[in-house]
Design a protein around this ligand. Structure first.
Ligand code: DLL
Length: 431
């Protein structure tokens, strides 16, 4: 089932809608917000210069730093008495980025999340176990309102308290699991240790996972352990939260809700547009947001987009699952690597689990990389020969596939710290 007719509109209709909404958005931000007016003026650009979606390339980029520089509400385009919700990203350094929504934005968010749920087969008969964190993070409440919009029963579990979450999932008969992939794997580990029979104890049929880069191997593992269909959702607070795009039953790629978000792929170094299908940085312009419309937001996420029709009947273009973040990319002795590539190697290795951490450091002038990986429960730490073989195999695989010379250190099961939200995969001691 498809939630909205807009998802299967002919390409001309999608582009007409985008053009109309892009013009409206450019006019609004120029008229209302001094930040945008200044940027347009510096480029000698007027909103009426935007005549088609191709003209988007004339518009200025917006960066995370721009939101920080105008902390907290400087980029808002409605008076505060119309703002009904605030969220913010967890700023690891300095001030967080703050985002706001008016009533209209809240209904757009519920609409796109209803599309996500419908794409993963959720309807009013379902019980959604929502393990995304509630609070300033957009995950919990974004998934919450979308579930209510499709009429499902939502269990607002939030993050943490793994044992209690497992009990609720079992007792309330959850059929849909929504949480980060790393938390889904963590819950599976705990359930397995407690002797659960996944097929018998749980009624789950689908999971909607996102918020962190995840390799195909990790997705396959989560789907296999829980015995569910894996759907991936992508989004970011600055644009709306979860609900920018989602994968359907027919493709690993994620349909972008193009009537609300105009997506481009650019070369992160030059800012030039990349051809369809080629990887680069995802840039998004909101087309219907009112409290915080954003022009050409540099997401920092690396992906590619194709427009080919999909078997599911949706015509919205599809983005590849995020390969990594431009700023998450590690350069180790000149070789570029993303954590998800390392994860893919680990997922295809024997005797280990998908709990890992990458530690980059310096030794003299050279970079040195250590990959900590937890061994599986069935491997004995004192069987030296077996441990040595596992370690050598992973090292060889990292070298052959990613051209990196890493030291692999096998560690005991459950010894790498778990996070309740997004997993911490990289520790870069060189910074
Ligand atoms: O993570 C929104 C979200 C919540 C998405 C729940 C999906 C599910 P932020 O905290 O602002 O918002 O973080 C946004 O997370 O730029 C990506 O780098 C990363 N991210 C989000 N979804 C995915 C995904 C939420 N499916 C940042 N794959 C984004 C890879 C993702 N990375």
């Amino acid at each position: 089932m498809i939630w909205s007719k807009a998802e299967s509109a002919p390409r001309e209709v999608i582009e007409e809608t985008q053009t109309r909404r892009l013009k409206e958005t450019a006019s609004r931000v120029y008229a209302i917000n001094p930040f945008y007016k200044k940027k347009f003026d510096e480029l000698g650009l007027l909103p009426e210069d935007i005549k088609s979606i191709d003209d988007i390339q004339q518009l200025p980029f917006t960066k995370k730093q721009d939101l920080r520089d105008h902390y907290p509400f400087g980029l808002f385009c409605v008076p505060m008495n119309q703002v009904v919700r605030i969220h913010s990203s967890s700023g690891t350094t300095g001030k967080p980025t703050v985002v706001g929504y008016n009533d209209h934005d809240m209904s757009v968010w519920a609409e796109v999340m209803a599309r996500v749920y419908t794409m993963s087969g959720t309807n009013a008969d379902d019980v959604v176990h929502n393990g995304y964190g509630y609070g300033l993070f957009t995950g919990g409440l974004g998934f919450h309102y979308g579930a209510e919009h499709v009429g499902a029963t939502v269990v607002p579990a939030s993050g943490g308290f793994t044992d209690r979450q497992l009990m609720l999932m079992k007792d309330f008969g959850a059929t849909i699991l929504a949480c980060t992939p790393s938390f889904a794997l963590h819950m599976a580990e705990v359930a397995k240790k407690a002797g659960s029979d996944f097929r018998k104890d749980y009624k789950l049929k689908s999971g909607i996972f996102g918020a962190e880069p995840t390799s195909p191997g990790m997705k396959a593992e989560v789907a296999k352990i829980w015995g569910i269909n894996y759907h991936e959702v992508y989004g970011l607070s600055e644009i709306i939260g979860p609900g920018v795009s989602c994968s359907c039953a027919h493709s690993d790629r994620l349909h972008i809700f193009e009537d609300h978000f105009l997506a481009e792929i650019i070369d992160p170094k030059t800012g030039e547009a990349m051809p369809d299908g080629q990887r680069g940085e995802l840039v998004i312009t909101t087309l219907t947001k009112q409290a915080l419309p954003i022009i050409r937001y540099r997401t920092g996420d690396i992906t590619s987009i194709i427009k080919e029709p999909c078997k599911c009947g949706r015509t919205h273009s599809r983005m590849e699952s995020i390969v990594g973040r431009a700023d998450d990319m590690l350069i180790v002795n000149g070789v570029n690597i993303y954590p998800s590539q390392v994860e893919h190697v680990i997922a295809n290795s024997k005797g280990v689990t998908l709990n890992y951490q990458i530690v980059a450091d310096k030794k003299g002038h050279l970079d040195k990389l250590e990959v900590l990986v937890e061994i599986s429960d069935d491997i004995l730490m004192d069987s030296v020969g077996e441990m040595e073989k596992i370690k050598k195999d992973i090292q060889a695989s990292l070298l052959n596939n990613l051209y990196i010379n890493a030291n692999v250190k096998l560690v005991e099961p459950r010894s790498i710290e778990r996070s309740v939200g997004k997993a911490v995969r990289v520790i870069d001691k060189r910074k």
